[in-house]
Design a binder for this molecule. Structure first.
Ligand SMILES: [Zn+2]
Length: 199
C-alpha cells in the first residue's frame, strides 16, 4: 500500500486470462477492484506483461477515457466467455463475436512488410495504443478458444477471488489461482475451522 503501485500477477498461464485478472476479487462486490482504470495502470500492465509493443505504448499518447473504456469492455467480453467455459456453461454468442471483431479491428491496422529477405508484421501509421495493447491479448485469447486447451480454463475456488487460469497440473486438480495467495489463505481457514471444531 505504501508505494501506491499495484503489482500485477501473471499466474494464469495465458496472457488473455492474466488480462482478465486485472480485476481483483471479481466475485466479492465489497472487495472488487479494477486495476485498469488509468493510462498509467494500462502502461504498467503492458510493461509487466512484457507486451511486444510496450515501448510504443509507453512513448505514445496516454490512453484517454474512451480508450480505457474500450480496453475494459474487451476484457469483460473475455471474462464472459472464459467464465462460461470454466463453469461448463454455453459460451455466450455476443461477447464471443465482439472478441473476433476486436481482433479483426486491430488487424486492419497491421500489414506484412519485408526487407527482401525477412517477413514481419508491422503496424500501419493509423495504429493506436489500444491496438498495441489489445492485439497480443486477443491473439492469445483466440488461440486458446480455438484449441483443446480451452477445456483447461478454471476459476479460482476462493469465494471472492474470481481469477481465471489454465489448469496444466498433472492431475488436473489445480484449485487456486495461486498457492501463495488463495491456496494458503483457504488452507489456513480450513485448518482453523477444523481446530475450532466448526466442521
Ligand atoms: Zn484466487
Amino acid at each position: 500500500m505504501d508505494s501506491g503501485h499495484y503489482t500485477y500477477q501473471f499466474v494464469a498461464g495465458n496472457l488473455a486470462l492474466d488480462f482478465v485478472n486485472t480485476v481483483a476479487y471479481r466475485s466479492d462486490p465489497g472487495k472488487k477492484q479494477d486495476h485498469l482504470q488509468s493510462a498509467e495502470e494500462a502502461r504498467q500492465w503492458a510493461n509487466e506483461a512484457q507486451l511486444p509493443d510496450r515501448a510504443a505504448i509507453h512513448s505514445g499518447a496516454p490512453l484517454g477515457p474512451a480508450a480505457l473504456r474500450r480496453i475494459r469492455a474487451v476484457r469483460e467480453d473475455l471474462f464472459a466467455v472464459f467464465h462460461a467455459i470454466a463453469s461448463d456453461a454455453p459460451i455466450p454468442v455476443d461477447p464471443l463475436a465482439r472478441i473476433g471483431e476486436a481482433l479483426h479491428d486491430c488487424g486492419t491496422r497491421r500489414s506484412l512488410s519485408t526487407d527482401g529477405a525477412e517477413v514481419r508484421w508491422t503496424w500501419r501509421p493509423a495504429a493506436r495504443n489500444t491496438d498495441y495493447l489489445l492485439y497480443p491479448v486477443l491473439v492469445a485469447a483466440i488461440e486458446l478458444l480455438t484449441s483443446e486447451a480451452r477445456g483447461l480454463v478454471r476459476q479460482c475456488e476462493d469465494a471472492g477471488c474470481g481469477w481465471l487460469f489454465l489448469d496444466r497440473s498433472n492431475a488436473r486438480r489445480r484449485r487456486w489461482c495461486s498457492m501463495a495467495d488463495c491456496g494458503n489463505r483457504n488452507k489456513a481457514r480450513q485448518h482453523y475451522r477444523r481446530e475450532a471444531g466448526l466442521r
